[in-house]
Design a binder for this molecule. Structure first.
Ligand SMILES: Cc1ncc(C[n+]2csc(CCOP(=O)(O)OP(=O)(O)O)c2C)c(N)n1
Ligand SMILES: CC(=O)[C@@H](O)[C@H](O)COP(=O)(O)O
Ligand SMILES: [Mg+2]
Length: 611
């Protein structure tokens, strides 16, 4: 059967195990082929093929509801629910989403994109079914990285104690988050994985080679200890624990799911899988390079080259700046699971004792940062703008409220493009504006990024430097110097007919609009989004002309509103217009994101013409 002929999970439910095994090989081949062209989350999907097939084989979606934590590993589920023919549009505008998406399919029942929500969703879905007397069950597929997040623990704690509900949690343990998984729970899982070895031995499956005996003995000892002495964390939380099982062995997974289906209490199935399975280059990688990929050459695994012409990502610029800044002052980086994406690997290699990967634990990272800073350590906390949302309370209560100097590197600020609505970095400006004491900045280029970092460490408040998922000119061999700046705006382009204000990449757009329309506008670089530069703003308002504020951010309590407030307070009567994001923006290129939000260049020009 061709994958594109699968229209519903029913189409695979009458297959034999052998046929399903052939199907899993075909799916892997398809995924590598397809993702090599479109980009996407490769390694996680390759590891979850058998788990997804078995789910659809044993259970009956959508009556039984499948919850994919994050949702980045849901590609096989998409194929089995009739979407194989759309994979050439993956993560593209109006194409298939890279995550679970309610609009795509009745089988997509839990959207997340953010890690750690699956067990809470499982609890919620089961409770709703119970209250409404509905049939069917729910199953959560959670990775070993996501299970370490605070939310997962909160939910495991509650669901385990609710004996009126029965949920199934499949713990997809590949020993990897994006990078190697971290923390004590990861060690517990490693110990439990040892039990698989014990079971294999008992069944006479393991082939013992003489030179391995000593190692095997040590692992056996660990396994026995985990089994009989320290107990099993999931059992102690109230779950039946099945495993560890080979999560890439279809027959075993199907047998186990059938067993779990019959059980009366909530159950955790510990499935050991291989991230990247079936594509050797991805399977061999333990640096997270094949977690999320852009298009690549299938034979070599190398990304399809684009000409960067001296350009580097802002992530690289900031991490380089932090490396250079170590000559001025030692700082400590608290990294919630995004070492690869934020480009801090080089920093970690050079300063292994100045960075800790805390895993998917943004809340913990923020409070830990606050505590370290209060105890005299210079802290840098890199967070993707979207994941900042997870730590709102901790940033608010433990950093902003007591006015503690933590320097935040807010990466992926603004549109993120192909990851879509769950990952857009559009809310951080409002979030930080809603908190006391926080200084909010955005650099236009690499020089300004260096300067803002220098400035951030020289002042005394919580300090945000936000930067986009874009590139800028940067030569690592000849990096900018740290210049001393004051917290002011700058004139980006001279003029006096109108005053246009923005920050970061919005400035380029305003400049293009100025060139296109021919209005001699003064363009101000509000690199300090907060506090606003009252002197420069007042001077500009005194031109007694129209003012316009452009923000690539969700327009609620952002720069525009503070400019308005200032103008009203000082009784200026200038007409002040604005453009910002007002809606949820889905996947596509950055340009599509701008168009969908109605803040692209064409719309900007039209708006400015009639201001
Ligand atoms: C709150 C939050 N923080 C960070 C991320 C980024 N992120 C996406 S997937 C992932 C790793 C997940 O690891 P795991 O759950 O083990 O799944 P695997 O990819 O190994 O299958 C991370 C850190 C996220 N999606 N949500
Ligand atoms: C699944 C997830 O949340 C991350 O893998 C995310 O897709 C990373 O995005 P970047 O590619 O921008 O690092
Ligand atoms: Mg994992």
């Amino acid at each position: 059967m061709k994958l594109t002929d699968i229209k519903s999970p029913k189409d695979i439910q009458s297959m034999s195990i052998k046929e399903l095994e052939t199907l899993s090989a075909e799916i892997r081949h398809f995924l590598v082929d397809s993702i090599s062209k479109t980009g996407g989350h490769l390694a996680s999907n390759l590891g979850a093929v058998e788990l997804s097939i078995a789910l659809h084989y044993v259970f009956d979606s959508p009556n039984d509801q499948f919850i994919f934590d994050v949702g980045h590993q849901s590609y096989t589920h998409k194929i089995l629910t009739g979407r194989a023919d759309q994979f050439d549009t993956l993560r593209q505008h109006n194409g298939l989403s890279g995550y679970i998406n309610y609009k795509e399919s009745i089988h997509d029942v839990w959207e997340s994109g953010h890690a750690g929500t699956a067990v809470s969703a499982l609890h919620g879905i089961l409770k709703a079914k119970q209250l409404k007397g509905e049939s069917g069950t729910a199953i959560a597929l959670v990775g070993d990285g996501s299970i370490t997040s605070g939310m997962s623990f909160e939910a495991l704690n509650l669901l385990g104690s609710d004996h009126t509900l029965k949920g199934i949690v499949i713990l997809n343990d590949n020993n990897m988050s994006i990078s190697k998984n971290v923390g004590a729970l990861s060690k517990v899982l490693t110990a439990l994985r040892g039990n698989r070895f014990f079971m294999k031995l008992r069944n006479g499956i393991a082939k013992i080679m003489p030179n391995l005996i000593a190692r095997i003995y040590r692992r056996l000892k660990r396994a026995v200890k985990a089994l009989f002495q320290s107990g099993n964390i999931f059992e102690e939380l109230g779950y039946a624990y099945i495993g560890p099982i080979d999560g890439n062995d279809l027959k075993t997974v199907i047998k186990t799911l059938n067993q779990a289906k019959k059980m009366k209490k909530s159950v955790v199935i510990h499935a050991v899988t291989e991230k990247g399975k079936g594509y050797e280059i991805a399977a061999a990688d333990d640096n997270g390079k094949f977690h999320g990929v852009s298009s690549f050459d299938k034979n070599t695994g190398a990304p399809v080259k684009t000409n960067h012409n001296g350009m580097k990502s802002f992530s690289e610029v900031i991490s380089e700046a932090m490396i250079h800044y170590q000559k001025i002052e030692k700082t400590f980086v608290i990294m919630p699971a995004m070492l690869v994406g934020t480009k801090f690997e080089k920093f970690y290699q050079q300063f292994p004792d100045r960075l800790i990967d805390v895993g998917i634990a943004e809340e913990h990272a923020a409070t830990m940062a606050g505590a370290m800073a209060r105890n005299g350590v210079s802290v840098f906390l890199p967070l993707y703008a979207t994941f900042t949302q997870r730590a709102y309370d901790q940033i608010m209560n433990d950093i902003a409220r007591p006015d503690t100097k933590v320097i935040f590197g807010i990466d992926r600020a603004g549109f993120v493009g192909d990851d879509g609505s769950t990952h857009q970095g559009l809310f951080d400006v409002s979030i930080f504006h809603s908190m006391p004491n926080v200084v909010i900045t955005m650099p236009y280029d690499a020089q300004e990024a260096f300067n803002l970092i220098r400035y951030g460490y020289s002042q005394t408040h919580p300090f945000v430097i936000r930067y986009p998922r874009l590139e800028t000119h940067f030569d690592p061999a000849n990096p900018p110097k740290f210049e001393l700046i004051t917290p002011t705006w700058t004139v980006f382009s001279e003029g006096d007919e109108q005053v246009w204000i923005s920050y970061g990449p919005g400035l380029d757009l305003l400049l293009k609009a100025k060139q296109a329309i021919g209005i001699n506008a003064r363009i101000l670089n509000a690199r300090f989004i907060r506090p606003i530069d009252e002197v420069m703003l007042k001077e500009s308002l005194e031109l007694n002309t129209k003012v316009f504020v452009y923000e690539e951010a969700f327009g609620s309590g952002t720069l525009y509103h503070h400019i308005l407030e200032f103008a009203m307070k000082h009784q200026f009567v200038n007409k002040i217009g604005s453009m910002s994001v007002k809606d949820v923006i889905h996947h596509g290129t950055r340009e599509h994101n701008q168009k969908d939000a109605g803040i692209d260049l064409d719309h900007l020009i039209e708006t400015l013409k009639t201001l």
